[in-house]
Design a protein around this ligand. Sequence first.
Ligand code: GDG
Length: 516
Amino acid sequence: MIDDALGDRSLVVVSNREPYVHEYVEGEPTAERPAGGLVTALDGVVAKTGGTWVAWGSGDADFDPAVAPDGEVAVPPGDSGGDPADDDRPGYTLSRLDLPRRLVENYYYGYSNQVLWPICHLEADPVTVDPAFAPAYREANRRFAERAVAADPDVVWFQDYHLALAPQYVREQRPDARLVQFWHVPWPTPEFFEICPQGTELLRGLLGNDAIGFHLERYAANFRDCVARFVPDAAVTESGTIRYDGRTVETYASPIGVDTERVAANARSDGATHYWDRVTDRYDLDPERSIVLGVDRLDYTKGVIERLDALAHLLETNPGLAGEFTYVQKGTRTREGIPAYRRYYDEVRDRIADLNGAYGTPDWTPVVYIEDDVDDRELAGLYRYADAAVVSSRRDGMNLVAKEFVAAQGQPAPNAGLAQADGLDRSTRNRTPGALVLSRFVGAAESLCPAALSVNPYDVAGFAETIRTALTMDETERRERAASMRASVREDDIDAWLATQTDVLTGESRIAADDD
Ligand code: GDG
């Protein structure tokens, strides 16, 4: 338990996104929990420690000064994640930063998402280096750091790529504090990282930490290679630690996972079944047809266009599959302040319209596109009732959708009352768990393949053939592959990840420095 391990040391979590959506009720700010597995898990951790969470006040939403006040909000224990019966948790303080619009545009939509995000995902084309971006990134990181220092922390836990400079800024003021960062996206090779004009500055910023975590050892190794190449006064030791500025910095690999019980419970919930019923009615889905599912933030790294191309190729080369399945794409709009993302939405819509126009028939629409907001239970309904899922990221740090699909599958048949109410025989659906088609370029492939069917999303013919394999796989093979994937998702679940983070945050895992 992190609270026991920390003792009386105070924990401060710093992330770009806040864990709560806030509303004003009679002039008073109230906390309301948004959907999302990771924030829920972190929220539970901070609630146990009674610490502070520093975050930008308006998250990923379009900036709205009216709902983005600056300052502290007390998050009472009752609003926090974890077991509601656990009533001795102290709750925590949410310290919200109201960043000016100009800063948000240049730091968040600019440097974070048009420089760092594409570079970490090995995408050179979308990299846009506007001269205003880097100064804004420095300023925003300073503001996050100042807030963290103001909370008088013993331990600071930074999340992700928006905050590469903040650790150094905190270190300058609190040389005694333990600083740890988890990097949720891949880390590129030195050859690719070199594109970044501020590369060395970013590395020095991150080396302000005592430990830096990645999903995979491969990403950690790339990070160390970048340090060795671009920070001349740092030394990477044979044991994988880094000597820098008179300190030892650890790098570690820790694959993030999902709360398998929570996802499975959501999948079994009435909310999941009712939502699936609504989707079935609204899109006139035939229960005899297989359902293939995609769930993505609409981000070019997720490979949605490549997937639609593969589906078109599949239908072109396998006319016998026409009418045999429906592909359901759930798309969530994201980063709408960036023109490349707006163009991506249009491209996805156009491709879907083209595909349906080319291959659809009066009684069959090959692709159903859902852009509505759905909560976690509704999403679990899509996972549960799909016969196969496709995750085809061009690059992805881990990819939680793949793991959530595995955790939601193989539920008992839904209750017979519902099936009888509208004449659909759902009892025949999902008695066997579904197949997963998974890009080899996502972190999750390391543990889920070969039980998941591995694809190269750039290889349109191979990708199409793999979707065909998933659609035609016999029951025994589906069961065997699903059992293997489920075991792996359970082993690397969110609790395992949090246990590793707890060890690192408290210094338990510290690697003996070999000071060579
Ligand atoms: C970054 C890294 C890494 C999606 N649509 C809806 C919805 N979601 C939820 C999913 C899942 C999450 O969003 C997406 O997580 P991913 O891991 O797939 O991708 P990123 O957002 O890019 O996350 C990634 C992750 O950080 C954690 O370290 O795995 O590689 O890029 O949880 O369920 N949730 C709801 N409605 C939706 O329509 N409720």
